[in-house]
Design a protein around this ligand. Structure first.
Ligand code: IPM
Ligand code: MG
Length: 380
């Protein structure tokens, strides 16, 4: 084994054993659309943490989504899956685009992402909607509604209607087509995400809102029962329940009433897009998808935005903030994470804006320029 380590760490051969434990192996999956350009931006920032601040991190690159379909006919090649399994963390850009919308459903780019989440058991998806104060004016809501906003949305990520069987489109008895999906949750799937909800709320303002549709859907009636039962184990947490339609309304009406939201896969998908606009732009929102041990995949909440791909106008901050989440949650590097979060705050303070968060009097920059400003702030 030793020679492998010597090759991998040529500059520190005598320290190889120690470095094995310390060096983080990160798999980069740029994906499609704006994925490659936002990932280049993230890599330029990671390079500073490595070169200047001693972060021990080794990057590998893999294919997924449409890029993998073009290369080898499948959205999640075995080689990517095995690299993902052996990595300490995964950084993903975005997948999908019109080019692959017409191919067989099972082979579409999104299926690769869903399989990756499922195979790696990344059931806990953290989507913080935090407002950087200089962006209060960029929100479509009035500044006083969003100023100080800090919500953590916890989305169940490997169950529910996204994965339930039976599913598919078939020809029914009278010859018409029938589309079917199944919303199903087993008790253990609900209790493990609910527990994280309570624990995370305990580290924040102590308020947990569980979002369901228990008045109509039995699977979420069970969800509510289990969350309620667990509440007795966490007497210090203020637990509330909300139907998802009301939650959507409340998020726009008075978003600051929320501290932590825990919800199902589909409701979390929808509510996190909604919450992103409170923070100014979906281009600002990072996410972490974690397994029970805290290993994770980190990706911006936004999609591949094929309409603006290759134009150097996409906002790279959601991806850069996802790097910070990776450092904090999976790699146990809180100081490096702080460094990055602070650099983002500083650059926004200095008035640099990509077009999605642009407002009067600010300095508009492109993707690579924004990354260069973050690099400069880190070097300051
Ligand atoms: C997200 C995305 C994905 C999802 C798509 C691309 C499959 O919308 O991460 O929110 O629905 O989970
Ligand atoms: Mg989504």
């Amino acid at each position: 084994m030793l020679w492998v380590n010597l090759l991998r760490y040529p500059t520190r051969p005598f320290d190889s054993l120690k470095i094995i434990g310390m060096t983080h192996k990160v798999l980069i999956l740029p994906g499609d659309g704006i994925g490659p350009e936002i990932m280049r931006a993230a890599e330029s920032v990671i390079a500073v943490l490595i070169d200047r601040f001693g972060l021990e991190l080794e990057l590998e690159r893999g294919l997924t989504g449409g890029a993998a379909i073009d290369d080898c006919g499948t959205p999640l090649p075995d080689s990517t899956l095995s690299m993902a399994r052996s990595a300490d963390a995964i950084l993903l850009g975005a997948v999908g685009g019109p080019k692959w919308e017409r191919i067989e459903r099972a082979l579409r780019p999104e299926r690769g992402l869903l399989r990756l989440r499922s195979e790696l058991h990344l059931f806990c998806n953290l989507r913080p909607a935090t407002l950087f104060e200089p962006l209060a004016a960029a929100s479509t809501l009035r500044p006083e509604i969003v100023s100080g906003l800090d919500i953590m949305i916890i989305r169940e990520l490997t169950g529910g209607i996204y994965f339930g069987e039976p599913r598919g489109i078939e020809i029914g008895p009278n010859g018409e087509r029938i589309g079917r999906n199944t919303l199903v949750y087993a008790e253990h799937e609900i209790s493990r995400i609910a527990r994280l909800g309570f624990e995370i709320a305990g580290k924040r303002a102590g308020r947990l809102c569980s979002v369901d549709k228990a008045n109509v859907l039995e699977a979420t009636e069970l969800w509510r029962d289990i969350v309620t039962e667990m509440g007795s184990e966490f007497p210090a947490i203020e637990l509330s329940h909300m139907y998802v339609d009301n939650a959507a309304m409340q998020l726009v009406r008075a978003p600051k009433q929320f501290d932590v939201i825990v919800t199902t896969n589909l409701f979390g998908d929808i509510l996190s897009d909604l919450a992103s606009m409170l923070t100014g732009s979906i281009g600002m929102l990072p996410s972490a998808s974690l397994d029970i041990d805290g290993k994770g995949m980190f990706e911006p909440v936004h999609g591949s935005a094929p309409d603006i791909a290759g134009q150097n106008i996409a906002n790279p901050l959601a991806t850069i903030l996802s790097v910070a989440m990776m450092l904090r949650y999976s790699l146990n590097e809180p100081e490096q994470a702080d460094r990055l979060d602070n650099a983002v705050a500083a650059v926004l303070d200095q008035g640099y804006r990509t077009s999605d968060i642009m407002s009067d009097g600010m300095k508009q920059v492109g993707t690579s320029e924004m990354a260069a400003e973050i690099v400069a702030a880190l070097n300051d």
